[in-house]
Ligand binder design. Structure first.
Ligand SMILES: Nc1ncnc2c1ncn2[C@@H]1O[C@H](COP(=O)(O)OP(=O)(O)O)[C@@H](O)[C@H]1O
Ligand SMILES: [Mg+2]
Length: 430
């Protein structure tokens, strides 16, 4: 590969990585930045395609170009939707927000208002059925959030809906996904805040932002849901390592939670938080959750369901025994470990195309790799076949087993025991 071609690919990869990194955020996502990066990488891919001679790579680049084009379309639609979406009423200033402040106060306030607007989740179609297993957690969340919204008359007198739930468990078990799914199940406003963003990008402004966020939520009609992800980055136990900045955010959050206990508008906000390390949380904070629900690693049945979920758009025909075998081999894997392993397996037949020498020609004129034993097999290199007529072979159980060998579990037994310990003392199984 020529040097300038190499730099085209490198820059395209960097742009794509930046897009992905931005997209992985659970709040305050800069969609314009994602779109700009996506478009730039698409330009570079097209330039690379113009210089490429190998039909295999040309085919891949064309696919990539089409896929980037459709992703850019989705982002553009989302930007339009946000621009034309509900206007956010001004958030009234708290006691320490100067009234009629100078330009910089105004612009900071404006920035906070738009940060709050950014935390409001626009429903993206993900719902409870896209979250595998976790039936008890779903049931608790239904009772806490959905039932009081749909049947407010059931929650009168001393039957009060829960106001705060903490989801905890190993990383990659579906806590954020579950929270996201709730937004689709309710019609009221759902705010999604990532604590790490709050801490890193809002130095000095975060307490005001929290105060205004809660204020904004109470001013909505109906009962709003505030979801704070990775709460441990704010609400750690007091320690000398704790910075002044995080201490102030934590104090403000506790104050807002207490406020919700003492005002008449107690039922206006439901607070949902998630963490991968609950033992790091300040006990004052931990105590304020009426329920602490353990989101565990997927069990055998859930692992199969997860593999099936991630292969639902691909041709994968395994027997129930084969799925069981894979489930046995992925004991201790988290949901995201399973997702990565499955993607790895799906990719193997595509990688094999390059080395295949024998092809089976279908009635529809498509070429699929074969072992060459059949007399009708076509002998050819991939480069000599029409790129758009190439179909990879089906994914087999052997591909999964190969992928399992390179995708190991990420949660150790030791971490797992820590969660069990915590659940015995503070939690309940979800
Ligand atoms: N129960 C589940 N159902 C469906 N997908 C899951 C589940 N658990 C994990 N995943 C997969 O793992 C990824 C990470 O899940 P996430 O909700 O971000 O984990 P957490 O917040 O617990 O760290 C998801 O995008 C999804 O692909
Ligand atoms: Mg998460």
């Amino acid at each position: 590969m020529e040097t300038d071609e190499h730099s085209l690919y490198t820059e395209a990869a960097v742009c794509l990585e930046q897009t992905l990194r931005e997209g992985e955020k659970t709040a305050n996502v800069d969609i314009q930045l994602m779109l700009a990066n996506l478009q730039r990488s698409d330009q570079l891919i097209q330039q690379a395609c113009d210089r490429e001679h190998d039909p295999f790579y040309i085919n891949l680049l064309v696919h990539l170009h089409n896929s980037l084009g459709s992703h850019a379309g989705v982002l553009e639609a989302k930007i339009n939707q946000l621009n034309n979406g509900p206007s956010i009423p001004p958030v009234s200033g708290g006691r320490d927000t100067p009234q009629g402040g100078n330009f910089s106060d105004d612009s900071q306030k404006h920035a906070r208002e738009s940060a709050i607007a950014d935390t409001i989740v626009i429903k993206d179609g993900l719902n409870f059925s896209d979250v595998v297993g976790l039936d008890e957690a779903k049931q608790s969340l239904r009772e806490a959030i959905i039932m009081p919204l749909h049947f407010p008359h059931l929650f009168t007198g001393s039957v009060k809906p829960w106001k705060r739930i903490l989801l905890y468990g190993p990383p990659g078990t579906g806590k954020s996904r579950l929270a996201q799914a709730i937004s689709a199940e309710i019609s009221s406003t759902f705010y999604c805040v990532s604590s790490s963003d709050l801490v890193s990008s809002w130095v000095g402004e975060s307490e005001k932002l929290i105060k205004e966020l809660f204020h904004h939520a109470t001013s909505q009609s109906g009962r709003s849901v505030i979801f704070i992800d990775e709460i441990d980055s704010i609400c750690r136990q007091r320690s000398s390592r704790e910075g002044e900045h995080t201490r102030r955010i934590k104090t403000e959050l506790l104050r807002q939670m207490e406020g919700a206990d003492n005002t008449e508008e107690t039922d206006k906000i439901f607070l949902l938080c998630a963490t991968n390390c609950p033992w790091e949380l300040d006990t004052a904070f931990l105590r304020r959750f009426q329920k602490r629900i353990y989101i565990p690693l997927p069990d055998s049945e859930a692992r199969i369901e997860l593999m099936k979920l991630h292969t639902k758009n691909n041709k994968v025909n395994l027997t129930e025994q084969e799925w069981m075998l894979l489930s046995d081999k992925t004991r201790g894997y988290s949901g995201s470990d399973i997702a990565n392993m499955t993607l790895g397996a799906l990719f193997i037949p595509i990688r094999d195309l390059k080395s295949s020498k024998h092809w089976e020609l279908s009635a529809a004129g498509q070429y699929t790799p074969c072992d060459g034993k059949s007399p009708s097999a076509v002998v050819a290199d991939l480069d000599n076949l029409p790129p758009d007529k190439i179909i990879p072979r089906e994914v087999t159980v052997a591909d999964f087993i190969k992928s399992i060998q390179t995708h190991r579990k990420t949660v150790t037994q030791q971490e797992h025991s820590k969660f069990d310990d915590f659940t015995t003392h503070f939690g309940e199984k979800g």
